[in-house]
Design a protein around this ligand. Structure first.
Ligand code: NAG
Ligand code: NAG
Length: 452
């Protein structure tokens, strides 16, 4: 999916909104939510041709196309608002209350074209309501329409609005929301209720893995990863390592527990979710270790990995024999990572030592090629040993995890954020070989374990 499909949405997220940002309310049991919301044609351009469902109105669409769009959105509403507790898009941004007298339908506009985007979310400051515009050829495509509705839910959740440090996180959130609706068990009953199919993941592994060294959410125009970086949100949601404080409401809580008006980064909020039980450094270290084989609790994402893995880029290290160093251009930046596959030939024990003058988290991910199960070995202070058998493969994952979180603007990365982790690796029982990658027309580096 081309980032330009959402260009206008990115601008919305990046631009400061001249609207108040009152303290968000948490979902309340005493909701006055009606079964049928009220239409408000003054939000967006309005129009004479429209089709309604209980909580949405789609303009300039009728018949089958409108029904498909509305069923998809009612299903997304059911998953995120009714089941997972996001603040309703029917409630005004301007109100603290979730017990409003009138709840409004979300207006969806089917349009002929948009300025270099397939969809865009807009807001009406007077009513505090949002609306979505989607180019008609994408109207029934959830990767666009549910993505844009994800921006609407972020707007109605309020705390990430008008904050520079969260600006670039709007896109990963919207893509996480679209992917979760299409693929996750969390939305299975909501999909079933509206007869919606389970889809394939929109994960873009060539970017997430191929450029994993980049800042965890990097909003740089053309080169950044902010449309692709969302799998971290899937990891926090599915919580395969069972960190206390994470789980199916983790992304919502990154919004709800954001310190209002502080311009803190979502990583700061994440530390608040974890309390003193774990650190962001540990969690992001484990996230990247799980990305070695895309073992983040999403079958759809794992399937995409298994289909695409031969085409992904892993050329991070230089060296030979037992000693390797990271290539300058591949040094992991702020909470970025290198995934270094170890191709196992035979069985044996591999000892690995990672050394750096800066803080890092290193993990060996070991995957059973028959069962697909992955085990993780933390390299304490960079050192550890693992015994791999003939049916296993392994990867060394090194993550730049500075001791202190920094304040950073993903749209204007500071030299502190892009400062790369220089590190060296010593391997006993393994060797780095150059392997020609015909797809990319260059050599790939693999660590090959030599049976001892
Ligand atoms: C996390 O918890 C689940 C459910 O209790 C369990 O099946 C799984 O093995 C646990 N994973 C880890 C890494 O502890
Ligand atoms: C890791 O380093 C810390 C600090 O130097 C030390 O206290 C700890 O014992 C080390 N752990 C191992 C397993 O070497």
């Amino acid at each position: 999916m081309s980032p330009s499909k959402y260009a206008a949405a990115a601008l919305f997220a990046a631009s400061a909104l001249a609207t108040p940002n009152p303290q968000a309310s948490t979902p309340s049991a005493a909701s006055t939510e009606p079964s049928e919301f009220t239409a408000n044609p003054n939000v967006g351009a309005g129009g004479n041709t429209f089709t309604d469902s209980p909580r949405f109105r789609v303009y300039s669409a009728t018949g089958d196309e409108a029904d498909k769009t509305l069923q998809m959105l009612e299903s997304a509403y059911t998953c995120f608002v009714s089941d997972l507790g996001w603040r309703s898009s029917g409630l005004s941004y301007n109100s603290d209350s979730d017990t409003a007298d009138t709840w409004y339908k979300e207006n969806i506009y089917s349009v002929d074209s948009l300025d270099s985007a397939a969809g865009v979310m807009g807001s009406d400051p007077t009513t505090g309501l949002s609306f979505v515009q989607v180019v008609n050829t994408y109207l029934t495509d959830p990767s666009v329409t549910v993505h844009e509705y994800g921006h609407a839910l972020t707007y109605h959740a309020r705390n990430w609005v008008d904050q520079t440090a969260t600006g670039a996180w709007w896109e990963p959130l919207a893509n996480w929301l679209a992917d979760t609706w299409m693929t996750s068990d969390l939305c299975a009953s909501a999909r079933e209720r509206y007869s919606q199919p389970t889809g394939n993941s929109i994960i873009e592994l060539k970017k997430v893995i191929g450029d994993s060294y980049q800042v965890i959410v990097d909003g740089s125009v053309d080169s950044g990863n902010y449309y692709q970086s969302w799998p971290i949100l899937t990891y926090l949601t599915n919580n395969p390592d069972n960190f206390t404080g994470l789980g199916q409401d983790a992304v919502l809580r990154l919004n709800l527990e954001y310190e209002v008006g502080s311009n803190e980064t979502p990583l700061h909020t994440l530390q608040r979710l974890l309390g003193n039980r774990a650190t962001v450094q540990q969690v992001v270290g484990r996230y990247w270790a799980h990305m070695a084989y895309v073992d983040i609790g999403s079958e759809a994402a794992n399937r995409a990995f298994l289909e695409q893995r031969e085409t992904l880029g892993y050329e991070n290290l230089d060296g030979s024999g037992q000693s390797y160093t990271v290539k300058a251009a591949r040094q992991p930046q702020y909470f970025g990572a290198n995934i270094n596959p170890i191709q196992v030939s035979g069985e044996g024990s591999v000892s690995v030592t990672v050394k750096s003058n800066s803080a890092f988290t290193a993990t060996l991910a070991v995957r059973n090629k028959d069962s697909g199960a992955v085990r993780y070995v933390d390299l304490e202070n960079g050192s550890g040993e693992v015994t791999v058998d003939g049916s296993e493969e392994a990867s060394l994952v090194v993550v730049n995890t500075p001791a202190k979180l920094i304040q950073y603007d993903p749209f204007k990365l500071s030299s502190e954020a892009t400062s790369g982790l220089d590190y060296a690796v010593q391997i006993t029982g393994g060797e780095l070989l150059g392997i020609w990658d015909s797809d990319r027309g260059r050599s790939l580096n693999f660590l090959v374990v030599v049976p001892m």
